[in-house]
Design a protein around this ligand. Structure first.
Ligand code: GNR
Ligand code: NI
Length: 173
């Protein structure tokens, strides 16, 4: 078996990040290969999560690892939020698709999510802390939503300008 390829990550304000992902129809070899590539890509970029949307695949697949040791992989296919705590907290977020930008976003402090795992088995995950934040951030990606859309239009505009400029500079180099 070849090592899974590291995939290019779409960068905000790429319009493809606003695509709504479709449900996975069957957890087959193609999906398992996508998952392996997504983990390789996430670990390579030192991220704690990655949604398929970010690698330009518009199907409902998420990989997560919030562990310090980078050895607690979690796969969420066709995830549904069954319950979200009414209590919310504002925490600093970043995104591999919005490099170098960090800002506060309000999220439910706890969630219960139903999803299929990498073997296609249904699982229910109860999460709080960083895992709860990450699951909500990744499920937003599958709906075409990037965390900066929670910020003021002024901040969004500044972030767009900054990233477009940075992208132009790396293309010139
Ligand atoms: O690596 C990531 N870190 C992070 C930090 C705070 C809140 C959310 C995240 S998710 C992010 C990886 C990513 O962009 N996933 O979509
Ligand atoms: Ni992200």
């Amino acid at each position: 078996m070849n090592p899974p390829p590291i995939l290019p990550i779409l960068r905000y304000p790429d319009p493809r990040l606003h695509t709504v992902a479709r449900p996975v129809v069957a957890v087959d070899a193609r999906i398992r290969e996508l998952i392996a590539s997504m983990f390789a890509t996430m670990y390579d970029a030192n991220g704690i999560g990655l949604a398929a949307t970010q690698v330009d695949v518009h199907e409902r697949v998420i990989v997560i690892d919030v562990s310090e040791s980078r050895d607690q992989p979690l796969v969420l296919i066709n995830p549904v939020i069954e319950w979200a705590s009414p209590e919310k907290r504002k925490g600093e977020e970043g995104c591999l698709s919005v490099p170098g930008i960090y800002d506060g976003v309000e999220r439910s402090i706890a969630v219960r999510v139903r999803a299929l795992d990498g073997d296609g088995h249904e699982r229910v995950i109860e999460a709080e802390g960083m895992l709860a934040v990450c699951m909500q951030h990744e499920m937003d990606h599958l709906l075409g939503k990037v965390f900066v859309e929670y910020l003021s239009p002024l901040k969004q505009g500044r972030i767009k300008t900054k990233l477009v400029k940075a992208q132009r500079e790396v293309q010139r180099a």
